[in-house]
Design a protein around this ligand. Structure first.
Ligand SMILES: Nc1ncnc2c1ncn2[C@@H]1O[C@H](COP(=O)(O)OP(=O)(O)O[C@H]2O[C@H](CO)[C@@H](O)[C@H](O)[C@H]2O)[C@@H](O)[C@H]1O
Length: 685
């Protein structure tokens, strides 16, 4: 039987699942009211939310470190919640009596903890409301409290699922009278992805898989992210903290049964698992190099999926495995084999019977399509061929003997995943239409009942104009002066005239068909007629890269083309520009417009997918002339529409400063934090 135990210090009173304890004591806790009051006084940014406890450090079994699992609590500020932390609290707090009470509790709980160590399982129920909440959850079996009524946070269900929780209201913090209870089922979540920032990133997928897992972990879930350990000679340092688990596994796919290793880093409450194989060690980005896409990508991502299915069973992370009752978050085609493997190989053999999978489609245009002859290499039973089979229409075949027969991994994932999520509601609908479905619209339409859209969030620690480490000056909605300075600094950095009165337009993104860089190419001569400055940052299509270089010499006074992938520069452009142009033909969600709005940079976008949902068209007459909206969204992806929208934006910038500031401020006040999105994901889980 699962049980749990409680431990508390002067600062925390927490209940941890035994499995969490075995893992080295990772769990979820809330600071006790007294300590939270102290923290609020001393750390203005502190918000009383759950914190991640880390007891994995050797030699400090009873010392707790509270790490921020949440926004508004800078990561560097690791709180030592230990004897030492207690002493610190005593020195600092105004209300020493209160802290002394806490100290007593610490001692009592320390004793309790030692006792519990000997007496598991043990149930102490002294919080009836909490018990109620657990019972409503229907799964709780055993619950243990220290002696700190009201602070217990979690219990473990028979299945091993951690069921939470007690949440405190503001009033209760002071009076401990009122209590709001609600129960959330905590999951073991396994993200499978080809990239995740800060380890690897070529675009928005990396951003999402770098931050959504952290948010979900902060909300109490146990989260693992499985991705390749790319060593390309440039960003190898990113994996410096990852240790070799020593676990090796021969995978049942491709000739020779490739063997992979697993590296592990526990960071920000998340288990980052890096699959190691020589095919991930080569120059270039995760998908290709200067010569184009790697020819063995099907192999590289097939082994990622096989390894990801094994990781929860094999890896004793922090002491214990994730086990079979987990939820796989399968991102794009690279991870698409996971739900197929669950359905075709594991479940029929009685493994992962309680596991579920959610396919998250960030970009339907990439599907992982290879010749049908590669099917036997994927390590699937032959009778599963139909799930992946994909026959191109006659017009799309390359020659008379081409039968158009392929295997399409994303198609197989769509067929087998338990749920499908796209990164905006608009895109969830678009992919069921012939225009947006990239050939899979009928299939996706047939799965409408499990298809949802959830708009991405953004990492507001990374993208915060008030403390962004990549920008030279900081600012906020209350004081925009730093933005003007960022603009001047950017103009200087780019060798452009430092003229605040000129509208400065930016573009950041992959140079490809999706992002409509061809429209920009066609519109540039006309755009350059305006007295403006325009900077483009991007890499991808060679022709567009060359074009950017040549335009830079043609329009020396006005245009800069930065060819390459450079994160600090992308932050400086986002902060320094007045407008951000995103004419994307399709955009499942889009993150740059969200970053732009947060930085007071007004987006001018094509009204599609997530752009339609996140950029509200400016109406200067609304709200009794105060204006409404956060940018411009033009409805057809043509040069005319784009130039028209840019023309109106330029005019507004020049002639209607009050309206412009309104646009900036409304954008900056929009809430696109990951917590919003994470709670929606929780509903889909
Ligand atoms: N040259 C460069 N230098 C530095 N940084 C660069 C860069 N080029 C792009 N970036 C960065 O990469 C990210 C791009 O994210 P997007 O969401 O706009 O597009 P992407 O098409 O890659 O993502 C896909 O997945 C995401 C996530 O779901 C969806 O939002 C999106 O619509 C979908 O197409 C941003 O963080 C951007 O700053």
């Amino acid at each position: 039987m699962e049980s749990m135990r409680s431990s508390c210090s002067a600062c925390f009173s927490v209940a941890l699942s035994p499995s969490a304890l075995m893992a080295g004591g990772r769990g979820v806790g809330l600071a006790s009211p007294g300590y939270r009051r102290w923290m609020r006084r001393n750390l203005p940014s502190f918000r009383p939310m759950s914190c991640v406890l880390d007891r994995s450090r050797e030699g400090t079994p009873l010392q707790f470190e509270g790490k921020s699992g949440h926004r508004g609590f800078p990561e560097e500020e690791v709180l030592v919640i230990s004897e030492e932390g207690r002493r610190h609290a005593l020195n600092e707090a105004d209300d020493t009596d209160e802290v002394n009470d806490e100290v007593d509790d610490f001692n009592v709980c320390k004793e309790a903890e030692e006792k519990i160590e000997d007496e598991l399982p043990l149930a102490t129920l002294n919080n009836p409301k909490y018990l109620d909440a657990l019972l409503k959850g229907g799964e709780a079996t055993t619950l243990l409290n220290g002696n700190h009524e009201g602070y217990i946070l979690s219990a473990v269900a028979e299945s091993g699922t951690v069921v939470e929780t007690v949440e405190f209201t503001e009033a209760e913090e002071d009076t401990i009278k009122e209590r709001q209870l609600h129960t959330i089922v905590k999951r073991s979540i396994v993200f499978v992805t080809s990239e995740a920032a800060p380890y690897s990133k070529t675009g928005g997928l990396g951003d999402v898989c770098g931050s959504l897992p952290v948010t979900l972990a902060g909300r109490g879930h146990r989260v693992m992210v499985v991705l390749p350990r790319y060593l390309n000679g440039v960003s190898d340092n990113a994996y410096a903290a990852a240790v070799d688990t020593g676990v090796r596994k021969k995978l049942p796919c491709f000739e020779g049964k490739p063997e992979v290793g697993f590296f592990h880093e526990y960071r920000a409450g998340v288990d980052w698992v890096f699959v190691d194989h020589p095919s991930y060690h080569r120059p270039g980005n995760p998908y290709g190099d200067i010569n184009g896409s790697f020819g063995d990508n099907q192999f590289r991502f097939t082994i990622l999926c096989h390894a990801a299915c094994e990781a929860p069973l094999l890896l004793p992370l922090g002491g214990y495995t994730y086990g079979q009752s987990c939820l796989f978050m399968v991102n794009d085609w690279h991870a698409g084999l996971v739900p197929i493997l669950l359905a075709a190989k594991y479940r029929p053999n009685g493994v992962y019977k309680d596991a579920r999978s959610i396919l998250v489609i960030h970009n339907l245009a990439h599907q992982g399509v290879e010749p049908a002859a590669t099917f036997p290499e994927l390590g699937l039973p032959l009778e599963w061929y139909g799930a992946l089979e994909w026959v191109f229409p006659t017009w799309a075949r390359t020659h008379a003997l081409d039968k158009g027969e392929t295997v399409n991994i994303l198609k197989g994932a769509i067929v087998t995943a338990d749920r499908i999520v796209t990164v905006s509601q608009g895109y969830a609908w678009e992919i069921t239409t012939i225009e947006g479905g990239c050939g899979l619209h009928d299939l996706l339409g047939s799965r409408k009942s499990v298809l949802n859209g959830i708009v991405n969030g953004i990492d507001i620690d990374d993208w915060d104009p008030a403390r962004d480490k990549h920008i030279p000056f900081h600012y906020s909605v209350d004081d925009l002066s730093g933005k003007a300075k960022c603009k001047a600094a950017l103009q200087k950095e780019l060798g452009l005239a430092t003229r605040p009165e000129l509208p400065m337009i930016g573009f950041i993104g992959r140079l490809d068909y999706q992002k409509s860089t061809d429209l920009i190419m066609m519109a540039l001569p006309e755009l350059m007629q305006h007295d403006i400055q325009f900077v483009m940052l991007g890499s991808g299509d060679r022709r567009t890269e060359d074009w950017m270089r040549s335009m830079e010499s043609l329009y020396k006074e006005k245009f800069r083309g930065w060819v390459g992938f450079n994160v600090p520069v992308s932050h400086r452009i986002t902060a320094g520009c007045d407008m951000l142009l995103m004419p994307s033909r399709f955009e499942p969600c889009g993150l740059n417009q969200l970053y732009a709005m947060r930085y007071g940079t007004v987006p001018v976008v094509h009204r599609t997918g997530g752009l339609r949902e996140t950029v509200e068209n400016f109406d200067p007459f609304a709200d009794e002339g105060r204006g409404q909206g956060t940018g411009w969204a033009f409805s057809t992806p043509t040069t005319e529409s784009m130039l028209w929208a840019l023309g109106v934006a330029i005019k507004t910038f020049r002639e209607h400063r009050a309206s412009w500031e309104g646009l900036m401020r409304r954008g900056m006040l929009k809430d696109y934090t990951w917590d919003n999105a994470a709670s929606k994901y929780e509903q889909a889980l």
